[in-house]
Ligand binder design. Structure first.
Ligand SMILES: NC(=O)c1ccc[n+]([C@@H]2O[C@H](COP(=O)([O-])OP(=O)(O)OC[C@H]3O[C@@H](n4cnc5c(N)ncnc54)[C@H](OP(=O)(O)O)[C@@H]3O)[C@@H](O)[C@H]2O)c1
Length: 231
């Protein structure tokens, strides 16, 4: 039997930022614990919260693939958690590890349909579901496989190569058997990409010779662009 606290914390959008995120952008609220799951719902205790570039877009008041988070609403965010209470008819059990986008809150009532049970494969751990087995890994995997259709022997270039998605795209590219080149914003990142990630070469886009260096690469088959805009 799991115990629930007397109160819990959540972070809500306090005001819409004009440019940078300010200390006043978000507000922490402490609420009495009165969460009860309804039919087909569960109460989840957050264990890990993912901080993603997409979150900056969620608080922009413009049309996007998801509606903007409103002032006073819990900040949207993807995380991992554990089911602590199940409602009638829920297919989950207390103790199940799950992932979902219930936001920046220690506890949440969520519908069964809004969460996924984590079936952790051998050699992995739950936290991998926020990384290689989560959105970053899936974005890299389907970008390369379904969109890029990268094949062995081809040349792949990845921008934002040292980032979350980029570094996985680089590794998947090598695994597929491609020649892989990364673009990153510092010599340290480029060195890490070649020495640790194991790609064939890396270009620092801030170098004065970037354009000439990059042109020497010649033909490339797939460009996995994490950044957008002109090179
Ligand atoms: N993470 C996810 O689960 C996910 C899911 C779907 C889509 N995406 C999208 O995938 C892209 C990468 O996301 P991520 O999570 O991998 O982000 P990330 O870890 O923050 O990496 C992004 C990298 O892009 C580089 N960058 C930023 N501004 C740049 C510029 N003006 N020119 C060149 N490079 C620049 C930065 O590296 P440098 O220091 O090297 O410039 C930064 O580290 C984003 O467009 C994101 O919206 C991510």
């Amino acid at each position: 039997m799991s115990t629930t606290p007397k109160e819990y914390k959540r972070i809500v959008l306090n005001e819409r930022p004009v440019a940078e995120i300010e200390p006043t952008t978000f507000r922490t609220e402490i609420l009495p614990f009165d969460l009860k799951p309804g039919n087909g719902e569960v109460v989840v205790r957050m264990t890990w919260l993912s901080l993603d570039p997409a979150m900056r877009g969620y608080i922009r008041d413009t049309r996007s693939y998801l509606p903007p988070v409103q002032i006073g609403e819990v900040m949207r965010g993807h995380g991992l958690g554990v089911v602590v209470e199940v409602g009638p008819g829920s297919e989950f059990s207390v103790g199940d590890s799950v992932s979902g986008a219930w936001g920046m809150t220690e506890y949440a009532v969520v519908k069964d349909s809004a969460i996924q049970k984590l079936n952790v494969p051998k050699g992995a751990e739950p936290l991998d579901f926020l990384n290689t087995l989560g959105f970053s890994g899936l974005t890299a995997y389907f970008g390369l496989k379904d969109i890029g259709k990268l094949k062995a022997g081809e040349t792949l270039v990845v921008s934002g190569a040292a980032g979350a998605v980029g570094s996985i795209a680089c590794q998947l590219g090598k695994r597929i058997g491609a020649k892989v080149y990364g673009i990153a914003g510092s010599d340290d990142k480029c060195e890490w990409l070649v020495k640790e990630v194991g790609i064939d070469g890396a270009f620092n886009y801030k170098s004065p010779t970037f354009r000439e260096d990059f042109k020497k690469l010649g033909y490339l088959d797939v460009f996995f662009d994490n950044v957008g805009g002109a090179l």
